[in-house]
Design a protein. Structure first.
Lengths: 390, 390
DNA sequence: CAACTTTGTTTATTATATAGACAAAGTTTT
DNA sequence: AAAACTTTGTCTATATAATAAACAAAGTTG
């Protein structure tokens, strides 16, 4: 069925436009909203009064006069509701409560003893219940639950495959919705991270961005034309399995020479063991390598630089394909920034087609370990605000 | 400035919806349009009567009754205007006139003696003028000019770089608009091909498609969410310069191991010379190799199969990245279909992540040598129809 | 203090979609 | 063949929401 346009749709679209203008420019006056959106002053007034009734917008005191009557400043009421978001990692759960502006108001982290789903699911529901219980009282209460997972996720919230958790075909969204009577959103961890960094990480909204999440493996989230791109079935972005070396190292996906066999945490550790920088039994080997490099261990630094170059190879491919405005590197590897960044930058500068470099920025995730959780909160909040219109 | 929604916008959107429904479902009755679009019968009637006034829609005779009054069938009037589109190749110009349905009504092809812009531009303008002169008389006449070029093209129609033509920084759109007082559209050849194949090549509109144009080099056009993706500056899709072999063959882009050094016409010919299947002076070497393979020359066939495998490597990367519904291989290499397809298919089947294969189709361009020209016609026509609303 | 500015509300007007009545032209049932 | 039903397409009354313009409120400037 096609979408038809009538006066109701017009009103909803304009109301969304007014609300998002207030969110982005808060504090702002009605007159200024009208100027920015191009809507008539009267239209803005009436829409704002509805938003105030819904407690999504508040009036704060008068603002500065610019030579006439002083404006009444409008604020987005981020405390009208709260979201619960969880970053489900390979060996941890990071749960947060955020308000409607994405601000984290409470967090809780725990280690997973075992990646087995039968073990993880009860811990996950317990964590979510604790977060729901702790959420401040508000008009709309907890407006939804978001969970980011290191997995291939279909559009309807089914986990098709999570290689590092050893999960397959799990109806996570459905199962959580049965337990909690709330909207549940499931997304791939890199997609969530990309969205989080776009919404909350950087000031100006980037329309074309590639977010590369590097930890055990490599995942990529793509923001194209300001929207998350998830492909036909929801699992675009398996860039970690891009071939960068023909007949190269075997990968667990069955292919040879995949990017993540050269540029991930796993690749780093394997190579460190081969070169006897680490021994096989070292607990928390990634952290140990970071410490070695920080102490000036030249072998460790060289290894990071080499991995950086491999990251650069895959990034160059992504840049040539997408012509993005910004590339963001996130997850574990942000801790290795000082050693890998020069190598990445050098490779990309020398190997992308010249034009791409003009407007290209390479950054590291600003939200740090919260990229994924924040992104899930953003999904949850945005779906709530869009569904909110009467 | 944001877009605001008022009654004018509503009407335009609905009118576009009605028109595109008629275009896609022609012939169709008013009642059926109302049913498909969800619009009120009265609304459809009034919009259709405007479209009839504008000669974009015609009434044909009565249709079959389904148990009541016989419907009046509506037809899209493809003859209300004509577009002129040119496929500017490395050594040829292919110009076509199409009606508003994309049907080619006249074509003209000529060889380029020299790729130099000073030589090509007069030939191009002469060709376009001839096509304009030959276009049938109609209500709207020639509604625009589209030119597809093997080049990196910016959003404002500037050719930034055309390596195989040796052009740089040419304001092609601007120059043509000065000569002809008509809207001019310039696009990369692969982007145009992708669009042409989506609009006119296949029956069902694919929402996520990757079109790979393989001739001297490799270009890729991407249809994501039903729209052409061109990236921040308009030059996404330089996938030919994706690294598939670390420290591989040097490429003219300055990088090593680029896909097009292994999977293009140039790669094919270079390798054929190295293996002494061809000698260096062979005129039209690609055609010669096709003939050899057709005669059963095993060396030539093996070479095609090897190139097919390399094509498969790059395609696998694209599939893993985009999760498309369809991959289309176009340009010169469609002639080698019978030898390369099995190799491509085998590689892709064995090396893409399992989920992608479920709904994936690999096809060859249906429009053959007209993909690019048809795509440019589609751009031109669609911009005309969108600009047409009063 | 008068004149001007800016903000925000109110009112009359306008454009458009919708529901439903209705006419036209067919098919099906009796 | 007549009556009853169906489907198509137009027309009219109504509702909704955006807009322009008037206006009131509350400031600044000279």
């Amino acid at each position: 069925m096609n979408r038809t346009w009538n006066q109701y749709v017009v009103k909803q679209e304009n109301k969304t436009l007014v609300l998002s203008t207030i969110i982005n420019e808060t504090p702002i006056s009605r007159a200024h909203v009208a100027q920015i959106t191009g809507l008539n002053k009267g239209t803005v007034s009436s829409l704002v009064s509805e938003l105030i009734d819904e407690e999504l917008v508040e009036e704060s005191g008068p603002g500065e006069s610019s030579g006439g009557r002083r404006p009444v400043m409008l604020l987005f009421n981020g405390k009208a509701g709260y979201s619960v978001a969880v970053d489900l990692g390979v060996d941890y759960l990071l749960g947060v409560i955020t308000d409607l502006t994405g601000q984290i108001v409470y967090e809780e982290k725990l280690q997973l003893p075992d990646p087995n789903f039968e073990v993880v699911f009860p811990l996950l529901t317990k964590l979510i219940q604790q977060l729901i219980d702790r959420a401040p009282k508000s008009r709309y209460g907890v407006i939804g639950i978001g969970v980011g997972v290191p997995a291939v996720v279909s559009h309807d919230g089914e986990i098709l495959l999570a290689p590092n958790l050893n999960w397959k075909k799990i109806q996570l969204k459905q199962q959580l919705e049965q337990v909690f009577d709330l909207p549940v959103y499931i997304e791939n961890e890199a997609n969530a991270g990309a969205y989080g960094e776009m919404r909350y990480g950087f000031d100006s909204m980037t329309k074309h961005m590639v977010y590369v999440s590097i930890s055990i493996g490599i995942g990529v989230g793509m923001i194209l034309d300001g929207k998350l791109y998830t492909g036909l079935s929801g699992f675009a972005g398996e860039v970690g399995h891009m071939t960068i070396v023909k007949n190269g190292r075997p990968c667990r996906c069955g292919n040879l020479g995949c990017w993540e066999r050269y540029a991930s945490e796993q690749a780093l550790i394997d190579e460190a063991v081969t070169r006897q920088i680490l021994n096989q039994q070292q607990p928390d080997p990634f952290k140990h390598l970071i410490e070695l490099a920080a102490k000036g261990n030249q072998e460790a630094i060289t290894l990071f630089e080499e991995i950086g170059t491999y990251i650069g190879i895959g990034l160059t491919n992504c840049i040539n394909i997408f012509n993005p405005e910004q590339v963001i590197i996130g997850n574990q590897f942000i801790d290795a920034k000082q050693w890998i960044y020069p190598a990445i930058k050098a490779y990309v500068d020398h190997h992308t087609i010249g034009f791409h470099q003009l407007d290209l920025k390479i950054d590291f995730a600003r939200l740090g370990v919260y990229s994924t959780a924040s992104g899930m909160a953003a999904f949850t909040v945005e779906n709530f605000l869009l569904s909110q219109k009467t």
